[in-house]
Design a protein around this ligand. Structure first.
Ligand code: 9WN
Length: 442
């Protein structure tokens, strides 16, 4: 008979093999010649921050494909450095709104002329991903000049964010639309959203509701406001100079990823024999500026409205992601909040997206309660860096198991693991795959 620990290891290895095989199948099914779509029905184009998570997973099985994923994304980079939220598949324009015909990006000065893109952006996890992809197989990366190719593109992207997007002059980048946060209907945007008109000019089409339950997606009223803002931004030439633009938010998730990515750029520069100090300085400046977004009563970071300087008082997953920053000073408090009643509460399987003690917490509604795989993966990365290996392993174990059990859902109920949103979701598959590699590598 096998001793217990040997059996447990064998069981885990068998489970990991199943997770890896199914994850690869999902990524293969969602691959479209140059890139991976987040989901074949609901999200039929290439999304910016999705591609970074996806490429991290892909790098474990095909560094070449991971490189193609990033190349396809940077084919959409604008002259000002912005990396767009979406690069559209011209054959799927009816299947997602707003699409290429809404943005008409090629008419906007400074946009790429070979592809159609959105004018907005998404959280800057790209340099972090590029560095991880390199580390997965440095020899292959060097053979393909992967870092040489991506470093200047990433520097240009960050220049856009630290320059044009520092609308508040605080050293933090502003997002100009909830879609830019990646956490679209997060309660962080509720107050500012009350000031946004819902009477957009575009006729509201909701192809998303063919693929996900209406009760799990943003409401029609929210969509009216999303479109109103997108129209206003587009009609101002996406130039970030509209003086009365009403949605200018400093988000802790977005800015943490910018700082983490600056640190990755420092590592990439060093690897390329270039000076990296300026990147480290920028990461430090962002970390310091983020301090103004810390809310002691909640024990986490929150968002600030750059139009009037007010800090929102809501505990969301966005406010815990600064755990990834090596030099932020509230690590202990953040860990207590993470493990306390607002989030893990001793019984959650993955990290809820919103304060479980809030009256309007809804464990099935998009970014207002459910647990998302990318967020739990980032928290696990942070815990591992902090030496909390058991806690990291707990989250990683649940990422793989829940992904496999529920056909790679977009998000889950944090306590029961019940699946919500679309299925065969690419970043769920990519990060489940990544966790199996981390487990099998000492
Ligand atoms: C708008 C693609 C994207 C993710 C976002 C997630 C969702 C889009 C939508 O899907 O947003 O960008 O239509 O709801 O919120 O994080 O990048 O997977």
């Amino acid at each position: 008979m096998m001793p217990g620990n040997v059996r447990a290891e064998a069981d885990q290895a068998e489970l990991d093999a199943r997770i890896a095989a199914r994850s690869i199948a999902v990524l293969e099914a969602n691959w479209r010649k140059t890139h991976t779509v987040p989901a074949a029905g609901l999200y039929p184009h290439q999304w910016s921050w999705d591609s970074s998570f996806i490429a991290v997973g892909l790098s474990r099985v095909s560094p070449r494909r991971a490189g193609q994923e990033m190349d396809a994304l940077f084919a959409g980079q604008w002259e000002d450095g912005r990396l767009p939220q979406i690069i559209f598949d011209p054959h799927r324009d009816q299947d997602y709104a707003p699409g290429a015909s809404f943005w008409q990006s090629r008419k906007i000065p400074g946009s790429p002329k070979q592809v159609d893109t959105a004018g907005l952006v998404q959280p800057p996890n790209h340099a972090w991903a590029v560095w991880k992809i390199h580390q997965a197989d440095p020899a292959e990366s060097r053979r393909r000049s992967f870092l040489e190719r991506n470093y200047p593109r990433l520097v240009h992207w960050h220049e856009y964010l630290s320059g044009r997007r520092d609308r508040g002059g605080s050293g933090l980048a502003c997002i100009v639309h909830p879609w830019e946060s990646g956490t679209d209907n997060s309660p962080l945007w509720d107050t500012v959203m009350t000031r946004i008109p819902a009477d957009c000019k575009t006729t509201l089409d909701r192809p998303d509701l063919q693929h996900a339950d209406a009760g799990e997606r943003p409401s029609q009223k929210e969509y009216g406001k999303y479109f109103w803002m997108a129209e206003r931004y587009r009609d101002h030439g996406c130039d970030d100079a509209d003086p009365d633009y009403p949605f200018l938010m400093e988000d802790p998730l977005f800015n943490t990823l910018l700082a983490v990515s600056e640190l990755a750029l420092a590592d990439i520069a060093t690897e390329l024999g270039l000076p990296g100090e300026a990147h480290r300085d920028r990461a430090q400046r962002i970390t310091t500026a983020l301090e103004e977004l810390y809310v002691a009563e909640l024990g986490c970071y929150s968002a600030r409205d750059a139009t009037d300087g007010s800090v929102v008082h809501k505990a969301t997953i966005n406010g815990l992601i600064p755990l990834l920053l090596p030099d932020q000073v509230h690590t202990q408090a953040l860990l207590e909040t993470l493990n306390g009643p607002r989030f893990m509460n001793g019984n959650a399987l993955m990290v809820p997206s919103y304060d479980a003690t809030a009256e309007d917490h809804n464990p099935a509604l998009y970014w207002r309660g459910p647990a998302w795989f990318n967020m739990s993966w980032m928290v696990a990365e942070a815990l591992e860096r902090l030496g909390l290996t058991e806690e990291a392993a707990f989250l990683r174990g649940n990422i793989g198991r829940l992904a496999l059990e529920h056909d790679f859902p977009e998000y889950v109920d944090p306590w029961t693991g019940a699946a919500h949103g679309t299925r065969s979701f690419s970043w769920t598959a990519a990060l489940a795959l990544e966790t199996t590699y981390v487990r099998s590598t000492p």
